[in-house]
Design a protein around this ligand. Structure first.
Ligand code: SF4
Length: 348
């Protein structure tokens, strides 16, 4: 009966989203990747722009990574963008430029995990795989008053098994979309709409008046503090960028020269660092005309950031270190940058 009520509710109230009503696996894939760590309201515009520019596997595979990152700018979690680009190339080389049609092949694509593979396989190819994401964990944990933590392997296993048993084998895609919408619209993390919920009579958490207890979540996320100091250098109508590399956050995105310090520091302290002296080794005069402090929160990191706009007089020469790229100010908007950089650029 849960399925019947859920599907009836979905027919009436399901969200009208640009990727609904299609069985094109490419479009479903892009929408699911965008929505992994993004709210629907924000993801919708990105999805439309992305599909407008890259309507199929071929166009995405042929693109430059910088263009893909640029389109992703502001969404955060840029590994997703690099992965969809790599997966499009993988489909060209391994699947003859077509989207794989079985769950086992779909999950072999770069960046595609169990949730995304289940969503694509069920919606595009009618394969009976239940999606299990945060929404589903919450809905199932409340409906069945599951006392196990959703961060234990036993808790995960139990919820996955229940979710799979609830799946409508006739129409797994529609069922999965219904449960996603139900979790996002009715059985929400805070203040679920229990009084208008069509599953209320089946809900153990509701009948026991213990909704706030579920899902059981006993994990504490440890957050590391980092201290970034960005130097927005201005000289002769030019600005200076650095491309991030290595295994740290924001790989391959561009940013102003960065000095990371072990703790909070002001500009006077920054001037004494070796990195600062290397950046301005032959500069006899500079001034700061704009400062901004931003705290940028990532899942596992809190980035405490100072931006300094540094003016070097035009009549003085300035030759930055080799790894720093000199560009004209107008070109800045062509480079993919992190959401943190984007926030600063909106202020100037
Ligand atoms: S009654 Fe409340 S807690 Fe239970 S499924 Fe409905 S919205 Fe969720």
């Amino acid at each position: 009966m849960i399925i019947v009520h859920l599907l009836k509710w979905y027919r009436e109230y399901g969200r009208d989203l640009p990727w609904r009503g299609t069985t094109d696996p490419y479009k479903i894939w892009i929408s699911e990747i965008i929505l992994q760590q993004t709210r629907v309201a924000q993801g919708r515009d990105y999805y439309l722009r992305f599909i407008g520019r890259f309507p199929d596997i071929q166009s995405l595979a042929a693109a430059d990574e910088e263009e893909v990152l640029k389109l992703w700018q502001g969404l955060g979690y840029y590994t997703r963008a690099r992965n969809v680009h790599a997966a499009a190339k993988q489909m060209m080389s391994t699947f003859h430029g077509t989207f794989p049609s079985t769950h086992s092949h779909i999950i072999s694509l770069k960046g595609v995990g169990e949730y995304t593979a289940a969503a694509i396989a069920s919606i595009a190819f009618n394969e009976p795989y239940a999606v299990v994401d945060g929404n589903v964990f919450r809905v199932v944990a409340r409906l069945f008053a599951i006392e196990l933590s959703i961060h234990t392997s036993e808790g995960k296993k139990m919820i996955k098994e229940i979710a799979q048993s609830l799946l409508d084998p006739e129409n797994p895609g529609r069922y999965n979309q219904a449960v996603m919408d139900f979790g996002a619209m009715i059985c929400t993390p805070a203040q679920p709409k229990c009084m208008s919920c069509v599953l209320q009579e089946y809900c153990m958490a509701f009948s026991e008046n213990r909704i706030g207890k579920f899902p059981v979540n006993d994990r504490k996320i440890s957050v590391k503090d980092r201290y970034f100091n960005y130097l927005h250098i201005q000289h002769h109508g030019n600005t200076f960028l650095h491309k991030r590399n290595g295994s740290d956050i924001w790989k391959n995105l561009f940013e102003f020269p960065l000095i990371e310090t072990p703790g909070p520091s002001d500009f006077a302290e920054l001037e004494k660092t070796k990195a600062f002296r290397q950046l301005f080794s032959k500069v006899s005069s500079l001034s700061v005309d704009h400062r901004l402090t931003i705290k940028h929160q990532l899942t596992h990191q809190a980035i405490h950031t100072h931006f300094y706009r540094i003016i070097i007089p035009d009549e003085l020469p300035y030759n930055p270190p080799q790894e720093i790229l000199k560009i004209e100010n107008e070109q800045l908007q062509d480079y993919p940058v992190s959401r943190l950089m984007h926030k600063y650029l909106e202020t100037i």
